[in-house]
Design a protein around this ligand. Structure first.
Ligand code: ADP
Ligand code: GN1
Ligand code: MG
Length: 377
């Protein structure tokens, strides 16, 4: 997109200074994200950075509801952060209103844009570089869960219907496979069989929600490592970003999605599957941090099912990537041919690996949860 158009869009928000630079930023799969650098008038004027994002309208069909959620959740978090003596400008997202007081802007093409403060001196990671970072992210996501534990969940909109309803994802996959709109099904029969053999698995969490053995909570629902910012000086995970999918859900979704992405020994789109496995060392690191961050707020059943959460979220993501591949890659952004298929393959490889490691995963969880001793069978 042309700089001039981006400058004009950014200029409609309450920014400090004039936009000087606007560059694509980050590795998200959904929204279009830019970093905008503004400079105040005069020589040596102070610079201010912002994140400008185009909300993906194919994914988020009701931007008004989405932005209401983000505003409500960030207001809530800000009051908690203040109570804890934290820095509200760096520990949660700060949305910048438009010059006419709206929280987002609709352009002439009907696209929706929003701006938030850029979190300076911080970075996000696409792969775990140090175990300590993964531990920090676990504490932060656990703490995020805890800060929202008394948020009135019924006031939140469901920004994506049935987002982590794995049986529904399974049904949609079967439909895509049947329709085979791009003629790709034949080339992925091995992957499809792997999924189809696990029809029962898809119900592992939703059945427990339905029968009341798992509590509905306010959850982030997209807890991958690059949705958390780390302070460059202290190394601490300071801010959870990408709040578009915050809505009622299961704690196991958040735990599981973090493991799926962060405990893998390879990138999400790695083509050499021999490099892909679930690191039990990283699994243990995350369990420790997450249980600490949650501060004893999880029930025994939630703790017991943490390993199952990891398997389910990985399985679901594999199903989603493969469905998107079958349907012609219209949901997740891709940067090369076959990328969604590669992503699906890594997820399915991880599922197989986690199934084998399940007894050891349970044993690890048992070690970190004194209230709960899990049999490793
Ligand atoms: P997507 O939904 O496409 O994943 P995100 O909201 O996660 O979009 O943004 C993409 C990336 O931009 C994030 O992974 C993070 O690295 C970076 N990012 C997002 N918000 C901020 C912010 N306020 N300050 C600094 N970096 C940010
Ligand atoms: C998307 O937006 P991003 O890149 O943080 C997706 C997640 C998937 C993830 C897979 C709204 O996350 O659900 O798990 O890609 N977000 C949405 O990497 O669908
Ligand atoms: Mg993201």
């Amino acid at each position: 997109m042309k700089q001039q158009k981006l400058f004009a869009l950014a200029g409609q928000f309450m920014l400090e200074g004039e936009p000087q630079e606007c560059v694509p930023f980050g590795n998200g799969h959904i929204n279009d994200t830019f970093r905008v650098i503004c400079r105040a008038d005069g020589v040596g004027g102070k610079t201010h950075s912002y994140i400008l994002q185009k909300i993906n309208r194919e994914v988020f069909t009701d931007p008004e509801a989405l932005m209401e959620n983000v505003c409500a959740v960030t207001d809530w978090l800000k009051s908690k952060i203040r109570e804890n003596g934290g820095d509200v400008e760096r520990e949660t997202l700060n949305l910048i209103p438009t010059r006419d007081g709206r929280m987002y802007l609709t352009d002439a093409d009907g696209e929706c844009w929003r701006v938030s403060l850029f979190i300076d001196g911080a970075v996000s990671y696409d792969l775990v570089e140090k175990d300590e970072d993964f531990y920090q992210s676990a504490v932060a996501f656990g703490h995020f869960q805890q800060m929202l534990s008394d948020f009135p969940a019924e006031t939140l909109h469901e920004t994506i219907c049935r987002f982590h309803d794995t049986p529904d994802r399974f049904r949609k996959f079967e439909e895509a496979l049947k329709a085979d709109s791009c003629g790709r099904a034949k080339s992925v029969s091995k992957e499809c069989s792997f999924i189809l053999e696990r029809r029962e698995l898809a119900h592992a969490l939703t059945d427990r929600l339905r029968d009341g053995s798992l509590p509905l909570r306010v959850t982030h629902n997209d807890t991958k490592l690059n949705n958390i910012m780390f302070d460059l000086k202290t190394g601490k995970a300071i801010c959870v970003v990408d709040l578009d999918t915050v809505m009622p859900g299961l704690s196991l979704y958040d735990f599981g999605d973090s493991i799926r992405f962060g405990a893998s020994t390879a990138a999400e789109d790695e083509q050499d599957l021999s490099k892909v496995s679930c690191s039990l060392r990283l699994f243990e690191t995350y369990v420790k941090g997450y249980l600490e961050g949650c501060g004893g707020s999880l029930t025994n059943t939630e703790v017991e099912l943490l390993p199952m959460g990891a398997i389910l979220m990985t399985f679901e993501c594999g199903i989603r990537f493969l469905t998107d591949y079958l349907e012609g890659d219209h949901y997740f952004k891709t940067h090369r041919e076959g990328q969604n298929l590669d992503r699906a393959r890594t997820q399915l490889k991880l599922v197989a690996d986690m199934e084998e490691k399940l007894p050891r995963m349970r044993e690890i969880v048992g070690r970190y949860s004194p209230r709960f001793r899990i049999k490793s069978s």
